[in-house]
Design a binder for this molecule. Sequence first.
Ligand code: NAD
Length: 420
Amino acid sequence: MKKNETMLDHALANFDRAAALLAAEFSPGLLGKLRQPKERTELRLSPQLTDGAIHSYTAFIVKHNDAVGPCKGGIRMALDVTLDDVTALAMEMTWKCALIGVPFGGGKSGIVAAPGQLNAEDKEVLVRSFARNAQRHIHPLVYVPAPDMGTSETEMGYIKDTISHSMGYATTQGSYVTGKPVILGGIPGRREATGRGVAVVAAEALGQLGGEMRGAKVIVQGFGNVGSVAAAVMAEMGACVVGLSDEHAALYAPGGLDVPALLAHVKQTGKLTDGPSGTAVAHAELLEMPCDVLAPCATANQITVANAERIQARVIAEGANGPTTPEADAILHKKGIFVLPDILCNAGGVFVSYLEYTQEAQQEQMTGAEVRARLERRMRERFQLVYETAQQRRWPMRDAAMYLGVRNVCAALVARGALP
Ligand code: NAD
């Protein structure tokens, strides 16, 4: 990664490659329109926290494109999140929704705060302050948030409550937010959806390489919402999870880690440090250990020119958004590593968010088994579509996924016709 390169530089580089592949099908003006977000908003939040003082926080909302439908994308709470990061993530959501086949556009929010440094009460006040200030942007037909790094179903419950109270109703009509607790209109299996989807497409990729998940050696970076579920589901599928990390520790065991015991340990202590299974290794070292599946499920820019040559995985399953830089991607491609790009690999979350959105509109309740079956079927179908396109055109999987996603958005723009 070059100095000062941002997530937005990488998202634009990925888009420019796709735009070049689509140049024969769509005009430069139409493709150029997708390079820019539709709207970027910066909010100032001034919540009164439990210390009695009024604090000041910055938040961002980016609506990248709504040609296919209302903007969809999670709320990231992190101290280092920037407006450009949120723009990059919103842009990726546009392609992801179009690729996985849900009628949403791309959006994203960011709250500049360290979730680990806020107590539960202060986090609730901050999230409610975000919901109040962002309310004119949040609507089932405009922008529908969901959890992302640093937020979870708990915060989505607070957002729904804040908005319904402000309207004077007990609830909202339609989904203003997805990833809510089931008791508040959420859907069973939403929390697990992204990680489960990662495991499903990783198994498909291994199958195409003549292998299988049973007995495969797996390393997962990140042990939060996405990584912990991806690791647990791959272990259930018979994989041997040899490496796991969170921001505090990286653990390795050549014979396999005890994933359920580590989950229980993290539930109790909040970190993998001193977990009951495995040996502590350096974070950087873990990514370079030999394995069948390496699943980066933490944050962006983890596989870069600095380590790509030393990666020894057969499959990289991008649970995180943007974990591989474009330069590293080229190196992985040359090495023959099968990369499952983020817009395909982690799209299970937004697919199940769509099921939540439809169930709320129809005032029905789906069962966990129905959700899981639909999720697995959709992930396999879209994997197959991207894989066949990549094979036919001799493209890397990322190019094929981006081509299909961006093409669908262009088709929606054409179908809508010109609006001044
Ligand atoms: P989370 O906050 O629940 O978990 C993040 C995990 O990564 C934590 O265990 C944290 O300790 C760990 N981590 C952070 N930096 C690390 C580092 N340098 N090395 C190792 N571990 C590190 O977040 P999440 O919801 O699991 O999201 C993870 C990634 O997946 C993000 O890139 C997010 O955008 C993406 N994603 C999430 C969803 C979703 O449904 N939550 C959907 C699609 C994509």
